[in-house]
Design a protein around this ligand. Sequence first.
Ligand code: CTP
Length: 454
Amino acid sequence: SITKTSIRSLLESTLPPPLKGLLKIAAQQAEARGWQLYLVGGAVRDLLLAQSQVHFREFDLVVDSGGTSDLQGAGGELARSIAEDFPEAQLQIYGEFQTAALIWHDESHLGPFSMDIATARSEFYPYPAANPEISVSSIRQDLYRRDFSINALAVRLTGHQNSPQQRGELLDFFGGVEDLEQKLIRVLHPNSFIEDPTRIFRAIRFASRLGFSLDEQTKIYLQTAIASGIYQQTEGNHHKAPALQSRLRNELKYIVQEVHWLRALALIQDLGAWCCIHPDLAMPPSSLRAIKMAARWLEALNPEPGDRRWPIILEVLLLQLPESARLKVAQKLQLPEGSQMRLGQFQALVQRCSDQLQGHPSPSRVVKTLRPYSPELIILGAVCVSVSVRAILWRYLQIWQHVQPMINGATLIEMGYRPGKKFRAMLDFILDATLDGQVSDPASAQQMVRQRFD
Ligand code: CTP
């Protein structure tokens, strides 16, 4: 079980030495200025959940200067001073949000790693930060603006002369530790999903990633937000809608990138949240089957599809909508250009398959039919065609698209032909013969070319 005092030893045992060193330097820099510094968010959650060493890629820090820093905010100043000890880190300062980031790229010994430093809101209401009574109210406010209790925990990294025991103290104002133990996703206030509708999908992502449930009351708030048409309401707002839709797209992307993504999609369905994307969207068993099939095909094509899987999965889901609606949703969500292209070409591919690939088409005919289309589009097509055409598409992707002509251009030159218009026709002719098994070795291929073209 998670005890409040164990966080110090967790920090000691779970963090790799370079990250411990980084936090120590950050804390020293804050202490030297009389500021309070906190580790917040996902890192604290993951530390408390850690069974063994965690691979951290990001720290979120909040600094509270009690209003004693300059206009750029304490976050910027602190980041700049930490950066002096880490010349390999890239420093970014966003004045308007009073936040800063230090980024270590792949090559550096910490990389890839980033550390965000936000400035606590109390910046605007000056008071002495070294006064622990008041300063707690400021980090409390900061944490209260966050999504779920398990993400609203903080560890105080700084200690001060009059209160050194505070260093390493866990701040749990909203019952986050209990929710970690109970495996619950719980919002901090009823309006959380209305204020930030992307939290609907974040709740689903964390629940499926961690194997947690939604707290019953939280589920009611979430479904009330969906029922209020929270996403549709903002659609008319040209100012707000694009940013909200692109954050929604990011959440969908992160969900599909999770290990337990199928579990997450099922939860979206159970909660009735697909309608946030389009009023008629859902995930009936047929869609789920199509999604699983597309995922299997993608994996067969490329065992590490990386960033390529999520758009295709969303495209498969959108196929249940009428063609014009698919494209509209793709644009609204700002799906990658490739997605919009595939959804645009999809109907033409399916038509072409049913025109050209009925019965037992020869491999060369299959290749001619499908060559204009990308493998990803063909996978999309595969979920909507007949079983027999699907088998043909599979063989095209697995075998026929990779077949090379038995002899190449260099051989044609050796044979005395000069590169030109006829060349292409010769190579296509050889490729067709190779695909259809009409030549078995380069010598017979040469003979066939002479017979046909001389
Ligand atoms: N946050 C929030 N509301 C959002 C997005 C983020 O309250 N819509 C807060 C949460 O407290 C979260 C922190 O900002 O912990 C950092 O956000 P992010 O990096 O997206 O979340 P992590 O919890 O770090 O998740 P991950 O493990 O996926 O990085």
